[in-house]
Design a protein around this ligand. Structure first.
Ligand code: SPV
Ligand code: MG
Length: 290
């Protein structure tokens, strides 16, 4: 069974899948061990990893290289964040071909203009594409996928752009009509009521996806009660957790004048060996090195 089919099956079985952001094969392995249903090849996390703003600065090649490396280290389905699709519908055709070959099970395409501006920044310049132009991108993505289970998720940034629920619903309906398998509704409002209101007003046949980065109070229990959200993407928690840990550790080493204290608080090197699968390397050494 393809990973995309497994992702669909898991959604049908549990009603809600939990997708964790990964910016590296190591973070993907940690997400798999923790029990997530899938991985989010996040543009924000990869941009941050390079110390760059999430504003279409990372190339498709850079993102694909990381996705391939992640796919090689995990069996979890990967939801690829392809931003605007790297250009127009022609670029989307190329992107879908490449992402499917690289091992993605789904893509999320957002209805912003290229180059995009990161969604959560206060006062961010948010320009949306004409609806018919974005419909063309969805239709192109649909026509290009080889595995029919590969999910085309259309993301509307209408709420992020401050255009209101009516515009967001109209766009979501238009994207469903163009063939989107799911609609990602994004919001940067700290109060989850904007998302809850959209979810209640959504009468489409396709389910919703959310990214509760700005409104952490909307937990799985509340999401399940809404009834039409099938996927939660934890969009920036991997990189934020990594930054928290590194900031604390690095500052402590400077403050203490050495590693005499921090070494007790971080994992032992043996844990890294385990994640590197050193046991397999050792077995191979014994067997083949003569
Ligand atoms: C990402 O993780 O790249 C996302 C989610 O698109 S957000 O940054 O919150 O827009
Ligand atoms: Mg993104």
């Amino acid at each position: 069974m393809s990973a995309a089919k497994r992702l669909r099956a898991r959604m049908a079985e549990t009603g809600l899948v939990h997708i964790m952001a990964a910016h590296s094969p190591l973070s993907a392995a940690l997400a798999e061990e923790a029990g997530f249903d899938g991985l989010w090849a996040s543009g924000f996390e990869l941009s941050a990893l390079y110390g760059l703003a999430d504003m279409s600065l990372i190339s498709m090649t850079q993102h694909l290289d990381m996705l391939r490396a992640i796919a090689g280290r995990t069996t979890l389905p990967i939801v690829a964040d392809i931003d605007t699709g790297y250009g127009n519908a022609i670029n989307v055709i190329h992107a879908i071909t490449e992402y499917e070959l690289a091992g993605a099970s789904a893509v999320v395409i957002e209805d912003k203009t290229f180059p995009k501006v990161t969604s959560l920044a206060a006062g961010g310049r948010q320009e949306l594409l004409r609806v018919s132009e974005f419909q063309g991108k969805i239709e192109a993505a649909r026509a290009t996928r080889r595995d029919l289970a590969f999910l085309i998720i259309a993301r509307t940034e209408a709420l992020i752009a401050g255009l209101g629920e009516t515009e967001a619903l109209e766009r979501a309906r238009a994207y469903e009509a163009a063939g989107a398998d799911m609609i990602l509704i994004h919001s940067k409002t700290k109060d989850p009521s904007e998302i809850e209101s959209f979810s209640r007003a959504w009468k489409g046949a396709v389910p919703l996806v959310i990214v509760p980065n700005a409104y952490p109070d909307l937990d799985a229990e509340r999401v399940k009660a809404l009834g039409n959200i099938r996927m939660m993407i934890y969009g920036n928690y991997g990189i934020r957790a990594a930054v928290t840990a590194m900031q604390q550790t690095f500052r402590r080493i400077i403050a203490d004048g050495g590693v005499q204290n921090v070494h007790k608080e971080i994992v032992a090197v043996e844990e890294i060996f385990r994640l590197q699968r050193m046991d397999e390397v050792k077995k191979a050494e014994t067997r083949y090195l003569r």
